[in-house]
Design a protein around this ligand. Structure first.
Ligand SMILES: [Zn+2]
Length: 377
């Protein structure tokens, strides 16, 4: 499965002596002559046209391309939809079937081309939702494509009787204990789901009283991921739960983006502040391993280069490296290694898609970073 772990592994792969093959392809099943076969053929022809660039290693590149093509044939037979495939000799062959479409492309680069996936990782977050009452528990797993009711159960709760005196107190205790056990069971199921499949946010549906009692019983890892609490009818459909969860998650994400933009703006203008803006400053921060949060406009498009000798990134696309005097080669996409670098140092990478959010980064070429610690003055 393509998750943060897999992406991290791929982003660390680099070869200087031969290119890595990256393929993104949508599998077509609408006709007996699937369109992706033609598309792949065209992409392979375009790759062949780059042969002179890779003359010395072309045979090896060709073997990688053949393996990738064979994988596409198998994936078609097995019913896959959207593919991402990475190949480089014996050292790298990873293929993923994705639930979302990415622009079709075949790349021959010194690193796996991951920018389309970095964006999806943010869009393709997974969530859990729990709908709870004193006796009922329903737990859901929610992605932008699907919502699944993982489990639903009802526990027997002794009623509260209004009998007064000693009997009343005892029944009350029984009742409370049973509710506690029920909520504990719900909390355990949610934690099991977290361990088995992982999720970045949890939405709790229920009354204020019940959800706050449940919250206290959640495992701390899960507690940290609660993004919203709101009432909902216990008979709500799976679809309702899914849609409400996603819309609350979207709201929370934009809210967080605005909070981070505010922090960015207040720090970037301050002498010795904890933020830098603009491509050049962000590159320096990534190279020094200082980035905590990378903010990038989805529309951001910058050119840049990499030193062939020491690997340093630069806004220049040619000339000599500032660090070692080596030769700078242009990059197809200046942003990608910066995003990958920030990702590798454990930074949160946020692509901004809202117009008002993007406007705030415009004065900085659409890119800024919040740092782990301030710049030395
Ligand atoms: Zn250099």
């Amino acid at each position: 499965m393509l998750d943060r772990q897999a992406l991290l592994r791929l982003s660390q792969f680099r070869r200087s002596d031969r290119p890595v093959v990256t393929l993104y392809l949508k599998i077509d099943r609408t006709s007996s002559e699937p369109k992706h076969v033609i598309r792949l053929k065209n992409l392979l022809a375009e790759a062949e046209a780059q042969r002179s660039k890779f003359n010395a290693v072309w045979e090896e590149v060709q073997r990688d391309l053949e393996r990738v093509s064979a994988y596409v044939r198998d994936a078609y037979a097995q019913g896959a939809q959207h593919l991402a495939v990475f190949a480089c000799g014996d050292e790298l062959f990873e293929a993923f079937s994705l639930p979302y479409e990415l622009p079709t492309a075949l790349h021959l680069e010194s690193i796996p081309v991951l920018r389309p996936l970095f964006r999806q990782l943010q869009r393709y977050e997974r969530y859990a939702a729990v709908l709870v009452t004193q006796r009922l528990g329903r737990v859901f797993f929610v992605t932008p494509d699907a919502v699944e009711e993982v489990v639903a159960f009802e526990d027997e709760i002794p009623p509260r009787h209004d009998q007064g005196g000693w009997a009343q107190a005892r029944l009350q205790r029984h009742h409370d204990e049973a509710v506690y056990q029920h909520l504990k069971r719900v909390a355990d199921v949610v934690f099991e789901l977290f361990q088995a499949r992982g999720f970045s946010g949890l939405v709790m549906f229920g009354t204020e009283e019940i959800t706050s009692a449940l919250r206290e019983l959640l495992h701390p890892y899960v507690q940290d991921r609660v993004i919203a609490t709101t009432p909902m009818d216990i008979t709500a459909t799976t679809k309702d739960v899914g849609q409400t969860t996603l819309s609350l998650a979207r709201e929370r994400r934009r809210e967080r983006q605005r909070e981070l933009l505010e922090l960015f703006e207040s720090e970037v203008h301050r002498q010795g502040g904890r933020a830098v803006g603009g491509f050049k400053n962000v590159i320096a921060a990534v190279q020094e391993g200082r980035v905590q949060v990378l903010l990038v406009n989805e529309t951001c498009d910058v050119t840049g280069g990499r030193c062939q000798q020491c690997g340093a990134l630069t806004t220049a696309t040619s000339g000599e490296c500032d660090y070692c005097g080596g030769q700078v080669e242009p990059l197809r996409d200046g942003l990608e290694p910066v995003v990958a670098g920030a990702f590798q140092q454990g930074a949160d990478v946020l692509f901004l898609s809202g117009r008002s959010e993007q406007a705030r980064l415009e004065p900085f070429e659409g890119i800024g970073a919040i740092l782990r610690y301030p710049l030395a003055s």
